[in-house]
Design a protein around this ligand. Structure first.
Ligand code: NAP
Length: 232
């Protein structure tokens, strides 16, 4: 069975992806910082009948990243790494004039530095896989200039560029940066607490990621809403 590491998999998009892949027989390594929530999610995902290894930790911790890759190795390798865990830099989001620099550092550390660290740790397994792939979860805020989304958006733009260059440097792998579109999750509520407008849940977005895995288009940047409609 193929094996995926998904960071930030206890809730939101990470959990939806874990369930979508488990339903297709993938074995999984999942992480998050909050033990109880991760434990409940791992049990729910395991009910699909696949092997699930849950590791509590913070992706910024190099020892934790090594533990995730070691767990994948135990399951037989790593066919897919999903860098999904993310930090906003300020909750709620604020304008750049007020953005705490430590918040920006945290967003860069979680969204960019840790993501690359995990790629580096997993690369030997990914290169050894029959069809290795890396997904980095991007955002519309990486490409558009939305007020208050500057620090987070800058970190996601940096992550997009890492993914683009990785795709060039590792031509045997697929490297997809995916903008999932707005989703009703805790992250969105923390970012913009006053905005309770209608938006899709992450379960409706996960099929876009599955489509990438099924069709294996060229490495590059993709948007989930377009993938769901049959485009890029
Ligand atoms: N929601 C949206 O509208 C939207 C739009 C565009 C892009 N995105 C992106 O989609 C991805 C998923 O976001 P979401 O909306 O699904 O968020 P979410 O529901 O808040 O879930 C985030 C997950 O990441 C974990 N996590 C956070 N920081 C972590 C860390 N440092 N180390 C390990 N795990 C960590 C959380 O658990 P713990 O807190 O217990 O660690 C949780 O499992 C993110 O990359 C986000 O930037 C979301």
């Amino acid at each position: 069975m193929p094996v995926a590491i998904i960071t930030g998999a206890s809730k939101g998009l990470g959990r939806a992806l874990a369930e979508a892949l488990a339903a297709r027989g993938w074995d999984l390594v999942l992480d998050a910082r909050t033990a109880e929530v991760l434990k409940d999610t791992a049990a729910a995902v395991a009910s699909y009948g696949t092997r699930v290894e849950a590791r509590v930790g913070d992706v910024t911790d190099a020892g934790h990243r090594a533990e995730l890759v070691a767990a994948a190795r135990q399951l037989g390798g790593c066919d897919l790494l999903v860098n999904n865990a993310s930090a906003l830099g300020a909750e709620p989001l604020v304008r750049l004039a007020e953005l705490p620099l430590d918040g920006l550092r945290r967003a860069l550390e979680v969204n960019v530095v840790a993501a690359l660290g995990l790629v580096q740790e997993a690369l030997p397994l990914l290169r050894g896989a029959r069809a290795g792939a890396v997904i980095t979860v991007s955002s519309d805020a990486a490409a558009e200039a939305y007020g208050t989304w500057g620090g987070y958006g800058a970190s996601k733009a940096a992550l997009d560029q890492l993914a683009a260059v990785l795709g060039v440097e590792e031509p045997r792998l697929r490297v997809w940066a995916v903008d999932p579109g707005d989703m009703a999750t805790d992250l969105y509520a923390a970012a913009v607490p006053d905005d309770d407008g209608p938006r899709p849940g992450p379960d409706g977005v996960a099929p876009a990621f599955v489509r990438l895995l099924d069709e294996r288009p060229a490495s590059g940047r993709y948007a989930a809403p377009a993938l769901l409609e049959g485009g890029r």
